[in-house]
Design a binder for this molecule. Structure first.
Ligand code: IPT
Length: 996
């Protein structure tokens, strides 16, 4: 006896019932359509078997709700939200799924008139997750699956003039779910558009178009294959460019098939940098369709993939369809905003991870110019965790399921010139079913490259693809011919989770250096946070916030865009790292080298704007408009700045920005492509005598030491050996500190260090022990010397610190700290988040100004987009509001900063540049908070000055911080002077250098 009979949605061998063959989505189509988006009646059930009797008939009862289509039902109050990266939410028992199978029945009535009924009626679902049955007027019209692909049903035989009832029953779990285990929220329902197409009886069913090139790469070859509904018919076609007919002709269909082959001499070619498009209009009988054509050739030659015979470099990003309120439902406006943002940020490629995107996205990529890896809706990652990764991948009974996912994608998307590679899926091991899918794709479309990262030996894939490969290994790949010397792409790297990634530059350098490495795709575009309003608070939820267990928590908050689409600092960094124009200054003169990293454009389309600046003002500027370097070449440019007399104590910089000369379809003339800064090392140091104030008075109790005059009051705790306050008049500006510190609120990229840092080395539990406390009164100054031992709970490593405070009668307070690293046992962390001091500023000091790297947040391994200058901001705005709170808002190379209350400022001048963080919260509360609204506001301004802070790395998934960006246990010294000045005097006072 068989224990179990397969249900329809538990049969991997049943691809569909009554679904039409997959085909192109025409760019324009004369067939009329009825958009079925909008309100549907909806019944949510815990299993399909619980469907009310006769639900497919018109009568629906009263207990039905209304739901808007497209939508995912979990975000409309049904079922529940759940996020996992890898885990299936049920036992692995393919193809069977839970009997408790959330189900949604959707119903809509649509009125069709007499004219409509004369033609054919096609019901098209652009995307339903995960499998569904359709009834029209009570009759079963079909069954389909594959969540991220369209399904069309010819329902002509079931419709009638007047009202028609459409019923769709959607299953959350199906055999298809085993192939849809992507790292994302589990979401269900009719989540893409639904429409009715009124297809003429003599329609064009499909038209596949390839804009090929001849062997000279100059002439286009138009290849169109037309499928008509009628076996024999005649039709006409025309190819237009900007509304002008380029060529035209007629065709004759036999057996419902016709071909067009035409050479287009001197065709304008399509590349991501020059996305020239033609329109092909095809008419037959009463039907006319338009397909856009891009003439370009993708091929592998001499072990590199090329577009139009040019080796290209992909500077890409992984893209999911995502919206913080709508899940995987995205609007056209949002998609367009995404593509514009990518283009404006120098991104030239997009991988549809890990399923075919909403169809409109490809139109945008054609039009604006982005190379696309289109990926089949296929991932069965959960099998890896039972150590039988190829369970269904290598099981022939799943062959059709695998092949179907690639084939239907190719058939839907193949007319898009933007697509240069077909990817058969993601993270599903390798086996016979991928070999079959590869064959099927190659047969359908030999003109594009095949990608699949899981083909680890690059057996069937045309490119050798890896993810999160460490630099050493990447270099090895670049230098060797392993895996058949196929060109390499990094389909994922640079994990943008939380604060980070850092270290991107090192990757770009390798991509640019080794011919075999053809770039990569950053992980990923969006933070998948779900917008939530709770009382007064708005925030973004991630895994676990719905009580969902098990979950990968905030592992889905890993994008360059925050859920509200604010670009993160990492986006700016990536933009600069991949900038297609690089300016290098070799010597100290006026000459710079401008490298053209474009693959097709010359430098003729950019201008180079230069400025000679002090840290604050522009003193000379100019524009260079005539550059001519060819792609992949470089040219020398002389910046014609004039000699000038340096002002006292002023730094000079040559800032260069590379800008677009003319408007493009994605940015206005003047749009900034790249920027760079070179310090000029011209200086004129003028030292002056420190002014003298009233004599300093020193008073002492057993525990306190007070040094004061009319200008300043400084108190120390003699037992605790620390500075307690710095005040002037009746205001206190520093409430405590400096105290040494080696901890930062851990970032996501510290996730594999965190356990050791916090629970083994207790770096957050540090304290200082006073070794000595002495002071000396001299003319016009008092020097307080404090010896401390700094260490962390139960640790044998630490620092011997000598703090020397000099209080000058003019009111300035100099801090000079020297630390000597000691280890008197054996264990110590391999590196530390930072070495620095923390102080508490008065909470009224909310206006910040600093001279250092900015304006945005920057870290030692992520500062390509930051330039030295004087910047101002509120303390709050110096921070980055990460969805999952963590260390943020750091600025490197700060020479001085001020924090003011509108009247007075505390100015702090460094002897050597330091790292700076200013915030209205402590690291501890940042570490504790799970959402921004939980960060406790401190009653002081937290001031961090870092001798060094470790870089960000990308270790939440990928490379650690590179060695040079790790702060090792080491000796250090830091010195700075604090003083209280009038707000208006900060910059002037900051410029003064004093004789000591
Ligand atoms: C890899 C996945 O392909 C991607 O979907 C996402 O999960 C990413 O990592 C991390 O956010 S899987 C990883 C095990 C390499």
């Amino acid at each position: 006896m068989t224990r179990r009979t397969k249900k329809r949605w538990e049969d991997q061998t049943l691809g569909h019932i009554g679904r039409r063959e997959a085909r192109t989505e025409f760019y324009k189509d004369s067939a009329s359509r009825i958009n079925l988006n909008g309100e549907w009646r909806f019944l949510y059930l815990e299993a399909p078997e619980l469907s009310p009797e006769g639900f497919m008939n018109r009568e629906t009862g009263t207990d039905w709700d209304l739901i808007d289509v497209p939508s995912v039902w979990q975000l409309r109050g049904y079922d529940r939200m759940h996020y996992t990266d890898v885990l299936y939410l049920f036992p692995i028992n393919p193809p069977f799924v839970p009997s408790e199978n959330p189900t949604g029945i959707y119903k809509k009535t649509v009125h069709l008139n007499r004219e409509w009924i004369q033609k054919d009626t096609i019901l098209k679902f652009h995307g339903v997750d995960s499998a569904f049955d359709v009834w029209v007027n009570g009759t079963h019209a079909g069954y389909s699956k594959v969540s991220r692909l369209p399904s069309e049903f010819d329902i002509t035989g079931y419709v009638q003039e007047g009202d028609n009832d459409i019923t769709v029953r959607v299953y959350k779990w199906s055999d298809g779910t085993y192939l849809e285990d992507q790292d994302m929220w589990w979401l269900s329902g009719i989540y893409r558009d639904v429409e009715l197409i009124n297809e003429p009886k003599d329609s064009i069913i499909d038209c596949t178009v390839e804009g090929d090139l001849d062997s000279t790469y100059k002439n286009g070859i138009l290849k169109a294959n037309i499928t008509t509904k009628q076996k024999t018919c005649e039709g006409i076609w025309k190819l237009e460019r900007d509304g002008q007919v380029v060529t035209r002709g007629i065709f004759q269909a036999e057996e419902g098939k016709a071909q067009v082959r035409e050479t287009i001499p001197g065709a304008e070619l399509w590349t991501a940098e020059t996305p020239g498009l033609y329109e092909l209009t095809v008419s037959a009988g009463n039907h006319e369709i338009v397909v856009r054509v891009g003439f370009r050739k993708v091929e592998i030659k001499d072990n590199n993939f090329r577009v139009n015979n040019q080796v290209i470099l992909l500077n890409g990003v992984n893209h999911h369809d995502f919206h913080p309120k709508e899940g995987r439902c995205v609007t056209r406006e949002q998609m367009e905003a995404d593509i514009l943002l990518m283009k404006q940020n120098n991104i030239n490629a997009l991988r549809c991870s890990h399923y075919p995107a909403n169809g409109y996205l490809y139109d945008l990529c054609d039009e604006y110019g982005l190379y696309v890896i289109d990926e089949a809706d296929l991932e069965c990652h959960g099998f890896e965790w039972v150590e039988r990764y190829d369970w269904i991948t290598d099981d022939p009974s799943w062959k059709e399921a695998y092949v179907d996912r690639s084939v239907r994608m190719v058939k839907r998307d193949r007319n898009h010139p933007c697509i240069i590679m077909w990817s058969m899926g993601n993270e599903s091991s390798f086996g016979c079913n991928f070999k079959s899918a590869a064959e099927a794709v190659k047969e359908l479309d030999p003109g594009r490259l095949l990608h699949y990262e899981g083909d680890y030996e690059a057996e069937v894939a045309d490119v050798y693809s890896t993810m999160y490969t460490r630099l050493n290994r990447l270099k090895e790949i670049g230098e060797s011919d392993i895996k058949g010397n196929k060109p390499h792409v990094m389909c994922e790297y640079g994990h943008a989770m939380g604060n980070g990634p850092g270290g991107l530059k090192a990757y770009q350098e390798l991509y640019r250096k080794y011919k075999r490495l053809q770039g990569g795709f950053l992980w990923e575009w969006y933070d998948h946070g779900i917008y939530t309003e709770e009382g007064k608070e708005t925030y973004y939820r991630y895994g676990g916030n719905y009580g969902d267990f098990p979950t990968n928590g905030n592992f889905c908050i890993d994008g360059l865009l925050m859920p509200d689409r604010t670009p993160s600092p990492a986006m700016l960094e990536y933009k600069q790292v991949i900038a297609p124009v690089e300016v290098i200054r070799a010597g100290t003169g006026r000459e710079v080298l401008v490298r053209n990293h474009y693959d097709f454009l010359t430098l003729g389309h950019v201008t180079l704007k230069w400025e000679i600046r002090t840290e604050e003002h522009n003193i000379q500027e100019g524009t260079i408009t005539h550059m001519t370097a060819l792609p992949h070449e470089e040219e020398k440019v002389t910046i014609p700045f004039l000699p000038f007399l340096p002002e006292a104590n002023t730094d000079y910089y040559l800032n260069i920005t590379v800008c677009q000369k003319e408007d493009t379809n994605f940015a206005k003339a003047g749009h900034e492509i790249s920027k760079v800064q070179f310090p000029l090392n011209i200086s004129c140091d003028v030292l002056e005598e420190r002014p003298k104030g009233e004599p300093l008075q020193v008073s002492e109790t057993t525990d306190l030491l007070k040094v004061e005059n009319g200008a300043v009051t400084v108190t120390f705790h003699k037992i605790f050996g620390k500075l307690l306050s710095v005040g002037a008049g009746d205001q206190v500006y520093i409430n405590e500190g400096p105290v040494m510190n080696v901890y930062r609120a851990t970032i996501d990229n510290d996730m594999y260090k965190k356990e050791d840092w916090l629970n083994k080395y207790f770096i957050q539990k540090s304290s200082e022990q006073t070794e000595y406390f002495t002071y000396q009164t001299e003319a016009d100054q008092v020097v307080v010397s404090i010896g401390k031992y700094f260490g962390c709970l139960n640790q044998s490593w630490g620092f011997e610190c000598d703090y020397e405070y000099t209080i000058y009668s003019c009111g300035q307070v100099k801090v000079d700290l020297k630390g000597k690293a000691v280890q008197r046992g054996k264990l110590e962390p391999s590196f530390l988040p930072r070495i620095g001091v923390v102080m508490k500023g008065n909470k009224s000091l909310q206006n910040a100004v600093w001279y250092g790297l900015g304006p945005g947040e920057n870290y030692s391994d992520s500062k390509a987009a930051s330039l030295m200058g004087i910047y101002s901001s509120s303390v709050d705005e110096m921070g980055t509001n990460y969805v999952f709170p963590q260390e943020n808002g750091h600025r490197e190379e700060v020479k001085w900063f001020g924090i003011g209350d509108g009247n007075k400022s505390l100015l702090c001048k460094m002897e050597a540049p330091m790292g700076l963080n200013l915030g209205n919260y402590t690291d501890e509360s940042l570490e504790e908070a799970k959402h921004p609204f939980q960060i406790q506001r401190a009653d002081h301004v937290e001031i961090h000055l870092d001798y060094l802070q470790s870089g960000l790395g990308s270790n939440s998934c990928g490379e650690e911080q590179l060695e040079e960006y790790k702060v090792k246990l080491q000796d250090f010294s830091m010195a700075f002077v604090m003083q209280v000045v009038d707000d208006g005097e900060v910059r002037k006072e900051a410029k003064k250098h004093y004789l000591d």
